[in-house]
Design a protein around this ligand. Structure first.
Ligand code: G3P
Ligand code: MG
Length: 356
């Protein structure tokens, strides 16, 4: 049967719910909804439109998809609810390492190094996903401060550590969950683990044992956010986890002659968008009951390299806003959006006018 909704006649098969709106949104966070700790005024007005203040008076579904992270999803959702003024359900918030929930089984009982974030925050996130032996670079420094002689653990750092003998603990994978706080310490430890075939301080250099160790079961390296830069509340974009990856690879290449192979998650990778689409479908089912077809998807983002590239590859409409990384004065964006908008309120209004 057909139903008019705004300018569209919506074709519904009997099984499709009649009240699912014709569009849904995916919002990036940094540079679109907030900058550093501060929410943008345009963000509150944009969400008000989605929560019902629109020509049809209907709620329009949306999820938040960020390359940020560093704390548990629950903690960040509560923080965002306070900042933005609207309750977010569990299926409405996806951060850069949430996708690791879908791969944790492979590593659940193996010792892994979890890098990034403050103190042991990312260990707790890893454990909440099911990692049972998640260690931090602060644990390594507490085990043997000579690993990096240019750092002294502060009281809160020391308090966050676990007692581990890393000479007996072969690390199977290194996960960079969030942006490392001590790039030098973390890069040193990543090189030690990889060159020691998993053992920090293990067989290094060019002897046979080292090559056998690395060739037999090379340590896996996983990054969760490729952003070279991102927009916080400083007037210029800041270096992101992608910059850390570049720094590590430059050092590793200087040491060994080649960069180290790695797996990349986060926007714009396909794995992250597939995972995000599934969470969006779960959210739509929560709101409207079972439905096969996704509504017309609109993505609002500030970074052409992540938000626009990812949306375009997913086949979703992309709207590039001017409140974050991208600055129109620098010329055309590296990835062509469906539409540009000065801010997220203009972006949402344009999409609603187009669909309703
Ligand atoms: O660390 C966060 C930054 O890389 C970008 O976050 O929300 O703009 O994807 P977001
Ligand atoms: Mg952003």
């Amino acid at each position: 049967y057909t139903r008019r909704l705004g300018r569209r006649t919506i074709q519904h098969s009997a099984s499709e719910p009649s009240n699912q709106p014709p569009l849904a949104f995916v919002f990036d966070i940094d540079g679109v909804l907030i900058r550093g700790p501060k929410p943008l005024d345009a963000a509150k007005r944009a969400l008000a439109m989605l929560e019902g203040a629109n020509p049809m008076g209907i709620k329009i579904p949306y999820v938040l998809l960020t390359n940020g992270g560093g704390v548990g999803e629950e903690i960040r959702r509560k923080r965002l609810t306070k900042q933005l003024g609207y309750e977010l359900s569990a299926n409405q918030y996806i951060q850069c390492h949430t996708v690791l929930r879908s791969v944790v089984d492979k590593y659940a009982d193996k010792p892994v190094m979890v890098l990034g974030g403050k103190f042991a925050d990312c260990r707790y996130v890893a454990e909440s996903y099911g990692f049972k032996k998640a260690y931090t670079s602060l644990d390594v420094h507490a085990w043997n401060p000579a690993v990096w002689p240019f750092h002294e653990l502060g009281p809160m750092e020391r308090e966050s550590t676990k007692a581990v003998d890393f000479s007996q603990t072969p690390i199977s994978a290194i996960f960079v969950f969030h942006d490392p706080r001590n790039w030098a310490l973390d890069i040193q430890i990543m090189c030690d683990i990889i060159q020691g075939g998993g053992i920090i301080g293990g067989a290094a250099g060019n002897d046979r044992k080292f090559h056998d160790a690395v060739e037999q079961k090379p340590v896996e390296l996983i990054f969760c956010n490729p952003d070279l830069i991102w927009r916080s509340d400083f007037e210029r974009p800041r270096l992101g986890q992608g910059a850390f990856r570049e720094a590590f690879q430059a050092v590793f290449k200087a040491l060994t002659g080649a960069e180290y192979p790695y797996t990349q998650y986060g926007k714009p990778t396909q794995a992250t968008y597939k995972f995000a689409e599934q969470m969006l479908r779960d959210h739509l089912r929560e709101m409207y009951g079972p439905s096969k077809a996704l509504p017309q998807m609109y993505v609002a983002g500030d970074n052409p390299e992540s938000d626009i590239a990812g949306a375009n590859a997913a086949g979703w409409e992309s709207i590039l806003v001017h409140t974050g990384v991208y600055d129109p004065r620098q010329g055309p964006p590296t990835h062509q959006p469906t539409q540009e908008a000065v801010d997220v309120e203009v972006a949402v209004r344009w999409a609603i006018d187009r669909e309703l």
